[in-house]
Design a protein around this ligand. Structure first.
Ligand code: ADP
Ligand code: MG
Length: 694
């Protein structure tokens, strides 16, 4: 029997949230903070001082001795530096102090974070600024203050700042559209995100025995086990005890931090699981997802497990992704992707839908680039996860509506005149709860879009910045023409039907895994960027730069810095993997095969002495020798490929993609062949069977 856990009581108990603030702050201060949160107004220093004091008292009661400015540098994970509250009184004693200045601004030594050239080495300083829209919390004895991270010149060095800017943009443009529909009450539109997180859990002792897992987060070698996921016996299967006690512990920690962890289950591959929180605003969802990933890792260690967030830990079974469910909601709680009940609500829905379709089609490369990474290259287009080609799945009902508007023909009912936007009621569009087309990278599921291209280890900031920004762009274009229009209904009809007609090509209802789709997509002129090395150069196309600069999401410098960092981290990752392969092949795999060959050779000699046939042993020795030789050659080829890489990053990325990765594949094939031939007791590390079916 488990102990009783009072969930409503512990939920959010470690968060300095709105209700705590209301309780602990003078009314005037609380209202000033709310105004700052909602309208982005400046907080005067005396207000910040009072909030800091209340935060400190609260945090100390929760056991905190330190505070930290918590930020999200461009590495994609979070960073923190802890300062204690102590302040000497001059007589050998200390008091606990925390000022408004310390709350609002910090100066971590930032020289080791990637800046993509934004910060010259002589100006190593980076600054952090409190983000009052996301809540501070206590964890591991520290008060965590969510912050933005920027350089001395005010250039953003993080993932949070552009996300907040994109949320502002889409809100402003969406409100313009709402006003045209007579909505005077909405003050803000909030991008909402629910990010489903997939992960693997392995026993710590087995993990520790594999250098590839330790250094790269994935297996670089491993022959296929006799059993994989073909029986589908893991998906939604019963959760084993060690894992379920991990999940229970994890939920409790997340709930304490106010994270709405809702669903947990086994996933398709052996040892693979998923956690889904209830959606919140995009900024909080992004913070929360970072915490989820971090706490998963720490919590796993406590249970003698290791949590793998890599996109493809094992060849031959599913990799891990993150489903990013995205929608727009008004501050009064209306979901703008909900097909309404009245013609007017339907019309509003169609405008947002048209903007989305047009935006995704026009900026497919931008969206594609935000999910590009060395790890995710193994998934996208891998025949299990969405293809690298961006397309939108609408479902039968909605695509019939779209086609009817394009063709100006009747929707289903031949008696009815054509569907006139703003006049007719849409047919009922059922909320999809069945994941009808899992092969689609971007599916409409009733009142939200589910972007399934994200890798499991990636920050969700990037794709949400892209979704918000392309949406802001299209809404602003629509608002420009609608605000000027003399005939509102007519202009509406024209805008929506033009968007559907011109961007129909991005809508695809069929099987995204099929080769036929690749050909069809090429005919439609959709881009297909199968790898990071091919995708990223399109990131900084003039069209994308123009988009992000015009909306104030990034300066051109900031944007180019992201490009440089993503490309560099691709190169670094592949480089580490390749060198780990060489290391394991030379120091572990070849010696194991040679040792086993020696045993066999000795056996043959001994058997020959007693006059027994050695056909099997001899055949085995020959095969082992053949693969040993080929492995040695393959390692040489790989080492050479690494040695001749060009210096310039983009050329180097192409070299990794075109020469290093194919060489790695050959090394692996030979090593795996040796694994299949070698006595298990000689093999230097746990095999796929050991890892996946422990
Ligand atoms: P599934 O069929 O994939 O389980 P769910 O509706 O349960 O779909 O939602 C999956 C994720 O989508 C959850 O994180 C959920 O909170 C989130 N979600 C649901 N509605 C919305 C919405 N309107 N906007 C953003 N995310 C949403
Ligand atoms: Mg889903």
């Amino acid at each position: 029997m488990g102990e009783f856990l009072n969930v409503p009581e512990i939920f959010g108990s470690d968060v300095f949230n709105e209700s705590v603030m209301q309780e602990r702050l003078p009314q005037r201060i609380f209202l000033a903070w709310k105004d700052c949160k909602i309208n982005g107004s400046q907080l005067p220093l005396d207000t910040a001082n009072e909030i800091a004091e209340a935060m400190k008292v609260w945090a100390i009661e929760k056991g905190a001795t330190h505070y930290t400015h918590w930020f999200q540098p461009m590495t994609g994970i979070t960073a923190e530096k802890h300062d204690s509250f102590i302040s000497p009184t001059g007589d050998g004693r200390v008091i606990m102090e925390f000022s408004g200045k310390e709350l609002v601004r910090g100066e971590p030594d930032a020289s080791s974070f990637p800046s993509g050239g934004l910060r010259a080495t002589f100006e190593a300083r980076g600054y952090t600024a409190w983000d009052p829209t996301s809540c501070a919390f206590v964890k591991d004895g520290s008060l965590y203050i969510p912050t933005c991270f920027f350089s001395y010149n005010g250039e953003s060095l993080d993932k949070k700042t552009p996300l907040l800017r994109s949320m502002e943009e889409v809100s402003r443009e969406a409100v313009r559209i709402l006003r045209l529909f007579g909505d005077e009450e909405t003050r803000r539109v909030i991008p909402c995100v629910g990010a489903e997180q997939e992960y693997f859990l392995l026993p710590k002792d087995l993990y520790a025995q594999r250098e590839d897992l330790r250094l790269t987060g994935r297996t670089l070698f491993g022959a296929q086990p006799p059993k994989g996921q073909e029986l589908d016996d893991h998906y939604f299967g019963t959760i084993r005890t060690r894992v379920s006690s991990f999940m229970k512990d994890l939920d409790e920690q997340l709930w304490r931090l106010g994270i709405l962890s809702k669903t947990k289950h086994n996933e398709g591959a052996p040892c693979q699981h998923e956690l889904a929180p209830i959606y919140t605003d995009a900024n909080t969802a992004c913070d929360d997802n970072q915490l989820i990933m971090e706490i998963m890792k720490k919590c796993a260690a406590k249970h003698n497990l290791v949590c793998l967030l890599h996109e493809k830990p094992f060849a031959g079974v599913n990799g891990s992704g993150k489903h990013n469910n995205w929608s727009l909601s008004t501050d009064t709680g209306k979901n703008l992707f909900s097909p309404g009940k009245t013609p007017r609500q339907n019309a509003r829905f169609l405008v947002f839908l048209a903007a989305f379709i047009q935006g995704v089609d026009e900026y497919q490369d931008f969206l594609r680039c935000t999910v590009a990474s060395a790890g995710n290259d193994h998934r996208l287009g891998g025949g299990e996860a969405p293809p690298a080609i961006v397309s939108i799945f609408l479902g039968d009902e909605l695509s019939a509506v779209v086609d009817s508007i394009i063709q100006g023909t009747n929707y289903k009912d031949p008696e009815k005149s054509l569907l006139r936007i703003g006049v007719d009621v849409l047919p009922a569009i059922p909320k999809d709860t069945t994941d009808r087309n899992r092969t689609s990278p971007l599916a409409f599921t009733g009142n939200k879009f589910e972007l399934r291209m994200l890798g499991s280890s990636q920050s969700i900031a990037g794709p949400n910045i892209a979704l918000n920004t392309i949406m802001a762009e299209q809404l602003s274009r629509f608002a420009d023409s609608l605000e000027k229009a003399e005939d509102f209904e007519g202009t509406l009809q024209t805008i929506v039907s033009r968007a559907f007609t011109e961007h129909r090509r991005i809508i695809f209802e069929g099987n995204g895994y099929s080769d036929a789709w690749k050909e069809e997509a090429a005919r439609r002129g959709l881009s297909n960027l199968p790898s990071t090395a091919e995708a990223l150069p399109t990131y900084v196309s003039p069209k994308n730069i123009d988009l992000v600069v015009r909306h104030g999401i990034f300066t051109e410098n900031e944007f180019r810095a992201r490009f440089a960092i993503h490309l560099e981290s691709y190169n670094k990752m592949v480089n580490i993997e390749a060198r780990t392969m060489v290391d394991m092949a030379v120091h572990q795999i070849l010696p194991a095969a040679i040792r086993y060959s020696k045993v066999l050779c000795e056996t043959v000699k001994l058997k020959q002495d007693v006059g027994v046939s050695c056909k099997g042993e001899t055949a085995l020795i020959r095969q082992l020798s053949a693969h040993t030789e080929k492995l040695w050659d393959a390692v040489e080829v790989l080492k050479k490929a690494l040695a001749v890489l060009p210096k310039e990053v983009q050329a180097a990325a192409a070299g990794y993609r075109n020469r290093v990765i194919p060489a790695m594949q050959t090394v692996r094939a030979e090593a795996d062949a040796l694994e299949e031939l070698t006595d298990k007791s000689c093999w230097p590390y746990p095999t796929y069977s050991d890892l996946l079916f422990y």
